[in-house]
Design a protein around this ligand. Sequence first.
Ligand SMILES: [Mg+2]
Length: 236
Amino acid sequence: MEKLALILDADDTLWENNLFYERAVDAFAGRMAAEGFDPLEARATFDQVERERVPVVGYAPEEFVRSMALAYHRLCDRHGQAPETGVEREVVAIARQVIDYPIVLLDGVAETLPILHRCCRLIVLTKGDRQVQQDKVRRSGLECYLEAVHVVAEKGVQTLHDLLRRYQLDPRCTWMVGNSPRSDVNPALQAGIGAVYIPYAFPWSFEDAAIVESERFVRLERFSQLLEHFSLPEAA
Ligand SMILES: [Mg+2]
C-alpha cells in the first residue's frame, strides 16, 4: 500500500485568514456609515468590486486594498459626493490590516501536523501571491513538516493532475484537505482524488459552491479529526 498523501490548503485550513479580511470589511462599513452611507450598501459595494476584480487581478492583499479604495469611490460616485483624500487614506489604512497579519494556527493544527508528518506525505497547495503565501508558510513554523509548498494563481483539476505527476502520487491514496468547496473540494473530486472538507468559521462567500457528488468526499469539523478518519495512531 502506498503511503497516504495529503495535499493541504493553507489559508483558513491551517491558519486564520478570512477573519482578518472580515474585520477589515466591518471597519470599512463602519467608516462609510460615519460618512453618511448605508453600511450594508458599503459592504455590498465592496463585495461587488471584489467579485469584478479578483478574477482579473488575483488574491494579493495589495489588490484587496485597491478594491476597498475603489469601493469608496464608487459609493461617492453613486451618491454624487466628491471623494475626500483624508477619508480615502483612512480606508486604505483599514484595508492594509490584511497585509502581514499574525499567523494564528487553527485549532488542533499544531498538535496534529507533526503526527501526520510521521505517517503521510504532506504537500501544501495554496493560491494567491507567491511571496505573500511563502512568507506565511515560513512564519507559521510548519515548514519542517511539509515535503513541498506550491503557490498557484488558482486551483483547478489540472493543478492537481500536475501535482500527482510531479510527486508520483497514487490518486487512491491522495486526498485534498481544505475549507473551500470551490477551490479545494470540487477540483480534487474532479481530479479523481479524495476530498476532506473542513469548514471554516468565517468563510468567504467567493469560495462557496455546490459540492459535486462523490464517494470520496468527507466532511470533518476539526483538523485533528484527520487522525481518526485515516486511522492514524496519535502517538505513532
Ligand atoms: Mg482556504
